[in-house]
Design a protein around this ligand. Structure first.
Ligand SMILES: [Fe+2]
Ligand SMILES: [Fe+2]
Length: 283
């Protein structure tokens, strides 16, 4: 069994937030943020500015060409800029070449980007979903790679065999074998990065949003949006499964979405994913 202190020590080794990302997040979490301040940060990081322009010119944001960082920030909005700021560090934390419980780094990363796109689409349907949900969805499974890095290979094998034989959700198997889940580990990392409570809680409770201890309604909705976005990303990757899984049905109810609304989001997600993924790629 693992204890949370061991996990917390492993989290200290995770790549810290790069300077550009922490400056952007500091600005954007201030309710009085100004586009000019954000533009200034992008000017000091041409690689990130390029990714912002790719995102702003992707199919999901319409036809007019965007050529300046300022216009790009205005077009994509605060939530997508935050996601972009976290994307490189999130990708690094998935660990090049590391297999995360039966999945390679690329599929973990793709799942993260698709879940983030799904959270963005949920917000378009449901205005009281906070913008931060897309950022939280991008890092929601960050604890999986840390777990895979911190436990002996034979434990990973035990978990993978249990998954194959029982088909139970990963969190149940992790809890049984390790005594800790990737969601708890992810919450520790989000705290270690100094991220705001809405991101910490959304990562920590993405498989059980009803268990969040916060009384802040906005954080509760973010937790539910990330839970549903996770299910939509799984359904996108394995279309044969169809609708989101049972853990998301509570979240659909809380967010006021019925089956038809979710189905239309699934269709939009299929269209949005490719252009969205390009902007979050390190290529
Ligand atoms: Fe998860
Ligand atoms: Fe996930």
């Amino acid at each position: 069994m693992l204890d949370l202190d061991t996990v917390a020590r492993a989290a200290q080794k995770v790549t810290p937030l790069p300077r550009t990302a922490s400056r952007l997040l500091t600005i954007l979490f201030d309710p009085s943020w100004r586009v000019e301040d954000v533009t200034g940060v992008f000017e000091s990081d041409p690689a990130l500015a390029t990714r912002l322009l790719i995102l702003a010119n992707s199919a999901r944001y319409g036809a007019r060409e965007i050529a300046t960082v300022k216009d790009a920030v205005i077009r994509v909005g605060r939530g997508s800029v935050m996601s972009l700021a976290l994307s490189s560090v999130a990708r690094a934390a998935y660990g090049p070449g590391v297999r995360v419980f039966g999945e390679d780094q690329e599929s973990c990363w793709r799942h993260a980007v698709v879940a983030s796109a799904a959270a963005d689409l949920l917000r378009a349907q449901c205005q009281d979903v906070p913008q931060e949900a897309a950022t939280a969805a991008l890092i929601h499974d960050i604890g999986r790679s840390i777990l895979a890095d911190s436990i002996p290979p034979e434990w990973i094998r035990t978990i993978e065999v249990a998954k194959q034989s029982s088909g139970a959700p990963w969190v149940e198997i992790e809890s049984e074998v390790l005594g800790v889940t990737h969601a708890e580990v992810g919450g520790i990392i989000a705290q270690h990065w100094g991220l705001p409570e809405i991101l910490v809680q959304s990562v920590l409770y993405h498989h059980a949003p009803s268990q969040t201890t916060t009384s802040d309604a906005s954080i509760q909705r973010a937790c539910h949006a990330v839970c549903l976005a996770n299910s939509l990303a799984h359904a996108h990757a394995t279309p044969v499964l169809g609708a989101p899984g049972p853990e998301a049905s509570d979240s659909m109810e809380v967010l006021g979405l019925d089956g038809d609304a979710v189905e239309s989001i699934q269709k939009e997600l299929a269209i949005a994913v490719d252009s969205f993924a390009a902007a979050f790629s390190d290529q």
